[in-house]
Design a protein. Structure first.
Length: 418
């Protein structure tokens, strides 16, 4: 369908005023909005047919109609400037024609019954479908007309296409009236199993695959965190089989965590100090569904040393088979215990030093003070003075010896701390 000469002139005027090319940047703008041009019969047809193959015809058309409903702001801005809807729609039609949306006509408008009939010649949706020899309907255009009428009548409206250019008609035509039907309900209806298409099953499979990949990545992150925690972490079921073990647990038996899963300590030849009591406690936790916290425990290690552990066992439900299990976490607090013991020893040593200062220093100091008092208050002979000097010398030597002994004790204590 060709436009008449008057319409062509209007469109040319619009383009001359509104079109802008920036060849250096490779950008084309219409009314200062970046747009692109596509060949309808090839590029656009190929793009949209690809989408249709991915999601199926029903979902494809509903999605396009939903987008058509959303994108009516420019159209409504034009319409709202006119009191007469029919005159306003003529201006909207001119704007649409200048953008390649075809020639639009308002065939019927009944504000009392709240319905309209629209007609479109050479709309790009019908053109690309005809080139593909398919007829899916002009969904975006239907959505636009439904959206415009919903605002016009202030009621939810639905567009039913009655003529199809892609199916051999001369134009596309739409009957739009108020309706209880909504896009959301129509999409919900497609979820029913009997409406599932091959394309939708592909989407469901892809979604499941993406979910699986996401969970796998999360599992790897969780595994990394568990292995980085400086603690022995293990989960065993009621039969004593490992559901999970971190690297620290596995390394004690020269194994890797994966080798331990689904096997008992006996099957793995795992034997650590207190293993029988550990397994019994885990069974108790599973049976009572109550956690157990244990006092610090010092055990002998395989290399003949000792290790102090702080242990807790809590109930655990396995997600894989929904079975009951016990999560055991043992923190190696050997260094903390050593530091605590050193602190206690340090305090004891300080107490001894305090006692020494109180007793060992007091005696010579009292002697010296007594001599000084005699010198101040009593007339003494030469012999008596010599005796007093000898007493002072002995007291000073005692102080000197105590100071040396104290210094040696402090140095020795510092070595022990290091």
């Amino acid at each position: 369908m060709n436009y008449d000469e008057e319409s062509m002139v209007d469109i040319e005027n619009v383009y001359s005023k509104c079109a802008e090319w920036d060849s250096e940047k490779g950008i084309y703008k219409f009314k200062n909005i970046p747009i692109t041009w596509m060949y309808i019969d090839t590029t656009l047809a190929g793009l949209l047919s690809g989408f249709q193959k991915m999601v199926g015809t029903d979902r494809f058309t509903l999605a396009l109609q939903a987008e058509g409903r959303k994108n009516i702001d420019i159209d409504w801005n034009i319409l709202s400037k006119y009191k007469d809807f029919e005159i306003g729609f003529e201006e909207v039609a001119k704007n649409a024609a200048s953008g390649g949306w075809g020639k639009w006509e308002l065939i019927a408008y009944d504000p009392e019954s709240k319905y309209c009939i629209f007609r479109a010649y050479n709309n790009w949706e019908g053109l690309y479908q005809k080139s593909l020899n398919v007829c899916w309907g002009n969904s975006i255009l239907a959505g636009k007309f439904a959206g415009i009428c919903s605002k016009l009548f202030n009621k939810n409206c639905w567009a039913t296409q009655t003529k199809f250019f892609a199916n051999g008609d001369d134009y596309d035509e739409f009957f739009v009236n108020q309706s209880q039907k909504t896009i959301e309900e129509e999409i919900d209806n497609l979820i029913a199993p009997e409406y599932a298409t091959k394309a939708e099953l592909i989407i469901a499979y892809q979604t499941l695959k993406e979910t699986k990949d996401h969970l796998y990545n999360k599992d790897l992150q969780l595994r990394q965190i568990i292995d980085l925690i400086p603690a022995y972490i293990a989960v065993r079921d009621e039969e004593g089989k490992y559901i999970l073990a971190n690297e620290l647990v596995a390394s004690e038996s020269n194994l890797v965590p994966k080798e331990m899963e689904g096997k008992t300590c006996e099957e793995l030849n795992v034997n650590f100090p207190g293993i029988k009591e550990q397994l019994e406690n885990e069974k108790k936790v599973i049976r009572t569904n109550e956690q157990m916290i244990f006092p610090d425990e010092t055990l002998e290690t395989h290399n003949g040393g000792t290790q102090t552990l702080k242990k807790i066992i809590v109930p655990f439900n396995s997600i894989d088979n929904n079975s009951k299990a016990a999560l055991s976490i043992s923190f190696d607090i050997s260094e903390l215990k050593k530091a605590s013991d050193m602190k206690d020893e340090y305090i004891k040593h300080l107490e001894q030093m305090t006692f020494s200062l109180s007793h060992e220093i007091r005696s010579p100091v009292c002697n010296i003070l007594g001599v000084i008092d005699l010198l101040n208050n009593v007339k003494l002979s030469q012999y008596d003075l010599m005796e007093l000097l000898t007493s002072i010398k002995d007291a000073v030597q005692d102080l000197d010896k105590f100071t040396k002994d104290m210094t040696e004790n402090i140095h020795e204590f510092r070595k022990n701390i290091k």
